[in-house]
Ligand binder design. Structure first.
Ligand code: HEC
Length: 100
């Protein structure tokens, strides 16, 4: 009986740890999306609107190409972004428009 109690306690603890890890991961994704959304709105609508992401002849065809294009545009813009910021904008554009 004693053993059983310990075992169920351990199982309960493991389950709650894995639940909170999932919740954290979801929260991280939301934060990344929101951060990307903000960075994009502040810096990326100077030369083109978001129509370029949905036009018929858009040239970005993969997640890799999207990362390269965001980096290229970022470098042209001269914004001092960290890799984390670029990553957030790639995530945001992919979730909202490209869906690779
Ligand atoms: C200095 C001007 C300029 C700025 C600022 C700029 N871009 Fe661009 N971007 C361009 C040009 C030019 C193109 C190519 C458009 C075309 O071919 O019609 C382009 C195209 C793109 C594409 C590819 C669209 C497709 O066809 O799939 C993406 C993605 C993109 N930009 C993302 C960004 C992001 C993210 C930012 C903010 C860091 C940004 N751009 C800021 C000039 C800019």
């Amino acid at each position: 009986m004693k053993n059983l109690n310990i075992r169920s306690w351990i199982i309960a603890a493991l389950v709650s740890i894995s639940f909170s890890a999932t919740a954290d991961a979801t929260k991280d994704k939301e934060n990344l999306y929101e951060h990307g959304n903000k960075m994009h709105a502040n810096h990326c609508l100077k030369c083109h609107t978001d129509d370029v992401y949905t036009r018929d002849n858009r040239f970005v065809k993969s997640l890799n190409a999207l990362t390269r294009q965001v980096t290229r545009c970022k470098n042209n813009t001269g914004v001092p972004w960290y890799d984390k910021d670029t990553e957030a904008v790639v995530h945001f554009l992919n979730e909202k428009y490209y869906k690779f």
